[in-house]
Write a protein that binds this ligand. Sequence first.
Ligand code: GCU
Length: 674
Amino acid sequence: MKKLFFSTLLSIAFCVVSSAAVRTPDTLRVLSIANSYGEDAVEQNLHDIALADGHVIIIGNMYIGGCFLEKHWKNAERDSAAYSYRKVGVDGKLVKRPSTSLDYALRDEKWDVVIFHQSSGLSGKVESYEPWLTKLLKYTRERVPRRCKMMLNQTWAYAIGSTNPNFPEYGFSQERMYKELTEAYAAEAKKHRMPMIPSGTAVQNSRHTFNRENVTRDGFHMQWWFGRYLVACTYYEALYGQSVVGNSYVPKNLSRRRIDIAQKCAHAACEHPMGVTRVDFDNPFDTSGGNWKPDYINTDPSKIPAYTLPDALTMQDGRIVTTPEQWYGERRGELLELFDTEMYGKAPGAIQPLVEVLEEDTPALDGLALRRQVKLSFSTNKFVVVLMYRPKGAEGPVPAFMGINFDGNATICDDPGILRPGEQRAKRYGIYVEQPRGRWASRWPLKEILSRGYALVTFHCYDADPDYDDGFRNGLTPLIYEEGQKYPKDDQWGTISTWAWTMSRVLDYLESEETVDASRVAAIGHSRLGKAALLASVRDQRFAMAISNDSGCGGAALSRRRYGETLKFITGNFPHWFCTNFLKYVDNEDALPFDQHEFLALMAPRPLYVASAEDDSWTDPVGELLAYQEARRVYDFLGLDAGLTGYHLREGEHDLTYEDWAHYLDFADKHLKH
Ligand code: GCU
């Protein structure tokens, strides 16, 4: 392991923080005096982690949202019954008692440990801890058994791009916040001779694995599954002094791989609390530090395993598809259902949004186009802003390309008239790095698209579902939840599915208006959004054409080849993209009841275009071509013209370029201009 210590803190680290784990009586009784960070840490997972190692634990958590040390003290002084007292009993059940005072909670059990922390925003401000912590400790000692240990929980720094209102205090720098809060906790821990639970360091360690920012759900609170589990692992090890690595408790909704990252990052933090440890973990992004694992990400074509593709024309029950009617009537539906339930996750039926035209047709782009911006609201605060350009002066409804954009409508060109509400909405979700206007203009050659007679329709992927692991709280996903449901079921939609579904809702809108011909819309997408464009058009046969640009793993590339990006990588790094059922096939690709050639074949009889780039080995261009060729066999079987499908491999890297568009426009001219 490579350790990145704060040099100045090295000396205090050992005497203060890595000290005594708490004695473990038969039942450990732990009380946290906290806020939402404590809620993230102790109310779930911790009990089960302890139990898996044979420990009985009773956990109390005194909760007030956003509470800071000074306020805790004032509550103590005034004996204010201001807390929600949550208690996890020996049976693991959480019981909430409203309106509780600190005095009550401190006397409620014979606590072995009481844990304090500062509110996140004040954590790095050492002057904010005193005299409150001193007073609180005295108050606590007067009410708990003599043997009771006091501990401090180190809170964690905000996500890069977090919009937490306290982030400016740290110059919007995660690194600075982490450093300052660690120094402050260490100073207080030393002063009061109390051990620190290094949660903030565990979080920071996880950010230095390929998991990166997939640890908070909104830029500061822990992500429901991974983040909360990570912090609970850290508490466990700090409380029991026993390594959490290998602990057998399996939390919900986490792959084995993410459990492993959490355990190792927590363990490394407990060993080295004062600075980031780069956990020696498969980190496919990092080719520099010896972490590159060729056995994990295969870049050597000679190592592609032998595999047999499922035959697109054989039904699950072994029957051979012998007629086009059987394909369209039986096999197509069977495959679609499998892709929906085993990979992308089922989407709901159409939901009618509230349509609000934010901007009527307005001349734009030097008179070449008419721009329109429309807001589709699915519920309060859940809305998608659609940006449309169509050729000015076009007679009658025009064909269109519909593609989702990565970073906001305003990034597709430097037209100052493009509204940025999608971005503000994303900002509310706490994690968004602002991109300048026109940032991605090279991917959207508007002049060519418009002058060839097409409209362009786009929206920001974050509007449909933010592209990070937020426990599926923020995007449109919760629209499907039944009462009490908090997470998609194993076969319900992941983010790619949500993006695809939203494309269909935008198509619904196009059907309701008269400038774009909704029966001549090509779904287009690059990379992850290419996966979404394929899924949208495979599912929704109203899309007249699909264009996959470098969509790779989970898109046009065969999964069984395990070349470039693998299922292990994609589900570990983008845990939100697919449904939970898909995890079954990680490292188990041969068990997949389908492969991506069948996904492409589902486009038949409509036009399909697949494109790859030579230097884009991550997407496995060969795997894309092979899938395309296999899909083509289905088109042939169905008696469809060779011109209905297209493929190109261009020189260069992973990108959507002018050259790609030149092919797409020619292809569209053939099929959408009648
Ligand atoms: C990553 C990811 C790919 C994805 C790509 C993108 O490389 O691993 O699956 O296609 O990002 O969307 O640009």
